[in-house]
Ligand binder design. Structure first.
Ligand code: SAH
Length: 217
């Protein structure tokens, strides 16, 4: 990794991580995981100077790499343990996927934009990621690999997707930004029984929309 993760990148990352660690709702394990992931390799070279700003940025196909603080909060709420099976909807750049993988989870990630799926498939192995990537419609989840201990949705869902809730283990957690307007409210849902759940709200964030079916590649 050293040839693309330079001293300059490491220095900028350290500053960003230090800022994130002082913000509310960010856990220490997540900070350690994010400190080890070079975010700049997930971005187009035109945006390299912005890789360590706490901002979302375009990654092509009309999508964005999530803001680092958003990644930190979502991952903290997900509260993963090593070896857990995690389903991520919206691979996008693959950055959040890499963070989950660094927390020693078994990640299964779905992306509906073929170009982004291909890019993430090329980048993640460079970080020795073991995440399994799928091209398809996240609304359907991955019934073959279900049930999952955790489900993370990284795009704004108009409502809690029921098909995905059924693929969550009893005792599992789903983190999903809900809302179809400009902003979404972050929800943490704990599955208590097959049809029983509790949920808590964790502030407003901005996401690209979760869209059904595949678009053109
Ligand atoms: N975690 C990613 C976020 C990318 S933005 C990152 O930080 O890079 C959200 C992604 O969700 C986009 O790439 C978008 O194409 C994808 N997406 C939207 N609806 C989807 C669906 N139904 N199934 C799978 N992916 C979806």
């Amino acid at each position: 990794m050293s040839q693309f993760d330079t001293f300059k990148h490491k220095g900028l990352r350290k500053q960003l991580i230090s800022k994130l660690s002082q913000k509310p709702g960010v856990g220490p394990d997540v900070i350690t995981a994010m400190a080890g992931i070079p975010r700049h390799i997930f971005m187009d070279s035109a945006f390299l100077q912005f890789a360590y700003e706490d901002q979302a940025f375009p990654i092509g196909s009309g999508q964005t790499i999530s803001q680092p603080y958003t990644v930190a909060v979502q991952t903290t709420l997900l509260d993963v343990k090593p070896l857990q099976k995690v389903l991520e909807i919206g691979t996008g750049s693959g950055y959040q996927t890499a963070v989950l993988n660094a927390l020693k989870t078994k990640v299964f990630s779905i992306e509906r934009q073929r170009a982004l799926f291909k890019k993430a498939q090329a980048i993640l192995p460079k970080l020795n990621s073991t995440a399994k990537l799928f091209y398809g419609d996240g609304y359907k989840g991955l019934p073959t690999f279900a049930p999952f201990d955790r489900i993370l949705i990284t795009c704004g869902a108009p409502e809690i997707p029921e098909m995905l809730f059924s693929q969550l283990k009893v005792g599992g957690i789903m983190v999903v930004p809900v809302g179809d307007g400009e902003v979404q409210v972050m929800h943490k849902i704990e599955k208590k029984g097959e049809d029983d759940f509790s949920h808590t709200a964790h502030g407003e964030f901005q996401f690209v929309p979760m869209l059904p079916n595949k678009q053109s590649s």
